[in-house]
Design a protein around this ligand. Structure first.
Ligand SMILES: *Cc1c(COP(=O)(O)O)cnc(C)c1O
Length: 398
């Protein structure tokens, strides 16, 4: 028997706030009627603020994987070369999808502990004198590793090479949690979905598209029907959709956008950074290793923790679930059993996080995982602004 609230501390799907749940508790309406058009226009406009773009954002009834496919089939042609970077499990899956579509991706190798290297992107594009590479496709927040790539620097790398490649970015787990600016960073297609930073149930996929991406979609040759941007954009102009939209998820989306904008994007990003820093303070206090190797790339969305040798992450997660009613993220593919992931995104606040960190620390105790005590204390000090004390290196000064 479990009592109390389940702690869903995986990096997506993330907990859905009460406000969003209540906003979705509505009758389904005629999706060709005037009441729907108002809802449609509100969410289509509202999305622009969240993606930080003045261009169109297309909403599909789909998972994030569908939105990945939309980005590919609307911009590329069979046999096109693209440049991708192996940052982790999700970059690998997007790469596989591109291969299945007959795209020829070059996959810059990675060790799943670092983000996309802007210098490597620059070097490869500068070499491409014939301008054969049609797109750079990268994952902003690699949810399998807790590493966030520096998209603005990747944009600069492309510009420095004077290369015309499109920039396609997966923000599936970062949108609404980590700072992200579609227009200012010159991104051509931003892919996202509903169940992570946007705090909605699964079921909506998004693509924000630039003028340049729209132009590419008029001449590329991959076949599509359901995913076709132009089929969407025509009815979207009046607030409608070409097929039955996920009406109740759109009610939820309207409320979620209101919540994000009421908090203010800057405050929202600052909150995520604060929670992430407190989580890392706990991991450092435990004497365990954070998977991400470059402090510039620490994820505001989740923290992946490396288990000490000889201790399986999956047994640990099972013990935490059974004893404390908390779900932690598993290690995926290459990282299976070796890491667990703490999500601190969306609805998460200080006390939720401290509850989660307490559950992890108690789980270590139950499983006999070697660790130092005091992770919760270090997180509390980080959250109240005494974070330096949480860093072992800074202790010598005191
Ligand atoms: C979750 C996730 C996906 C896959 O999204 P689905 O909704 O499960 O299809 C893709 N990329 C990243 C970075 C993710 O976090």
């Amino acid at each position: 028997m479990t009592r109390g609230r389940h702690f869903l501390q995986i990096p997506g799907p993330s907990p859905v706030p009460e406000r969003v749940l209540r906003a979705m508790d509505m009758p389904v309406i005629d999706h060709r009627g005037p009441e729907f058009a108002k809802l449609g226009r509100e969410v289509l406009d509202g999305c622009k603020a969240v993606f930080q773009t003045s261009g169109p954002v297309i909403i599909y009834p789909s998972s994030g994987t569908g939105a990945w496919e939309s980005a590919i089939v609307n911009t590329l042609s069979s046999g096109d070369k693209v440049l991708m970077s192996e940052t982790g499990h999700f970059a690998t899956l997007w790469h596989q999808m591109a291969v299945r579509w007959g795209i020829k991706p070059e996959f810059l190798p990675g060790d799943w502990r670092r983000g996309v290297d802007p210098d490597a992107i620059h070097a490869r594009l500068a070499e491409d004198k014939a301008r054969e590479i049609k797109a750079v496709m990268v994952v902003h927040n690699e949810t399998s590793t807790g590493v966030t790539s520096r998209i603005a620097e990747i944009r600069k790398a492309i510009d420095k090479a004077g290369h015309p490649a499109l920039l396609l970015v997966d923000t599936i787990s970062s949108l609404g949690s980590a700072d992200y600016r579609h227009e200012e960073w010159g991104v051509d297609v931003t892919v996202s979905c509903s169940q992570k930073g946007l705090m909605l149930p699964p079921g909506l996929g998004f693509t924000a598209v630039s003028e340049k991406a729209l132009a590419a979609s008029k001449t590329n040759n991959l076949p599509r029907s359901y995913w076709d941007w132009h089929e969407m954009l025509k009815p979207n102009a009046g607030g409608f959709f070409p097929y039955t939209p996920a009406t109740n998820l759109l009610y939820g989306l309207r409320e979620a956008i209101n919540m994000l904008l009421e908090e203010g994007l800057e405050n929202l990003f600052a909150r995520h950074n604060r929670l992430a820093a407190a989580t890392r303070a706990a991991v450092n206090a435990w004497g365990l290793e954070i998977l991400c190797q470059d402090p510039r790339e620490y994820s505001p969305v989740l923290t992946a923790v490396v288990m000490p040798d000889g201790h399986g992450a999956d047994n640990f997660r099972k013990v935490v679930l059974e004893n404390y009613n908390m779900s932690l993220g598993a290690g995926l593919t290459k990282l299976a059993g070796r890491v667990f992931r703490i999500g601190h995104l969306g609805e998460c606040n200080e006390l939720t996080l401290l509850g989660a960190i307490s559950g992890v620390e108690m789980g270590f105790e139950l499983c006999g995982v070697p660790h130092k005590k005091g992770g919760v204390d270090a997180a509390m000090r980080s959250l109240t602004g005494n974070g330096e004390a949480a860093q072992p290196a800074a202790r010598a000064v005191a």
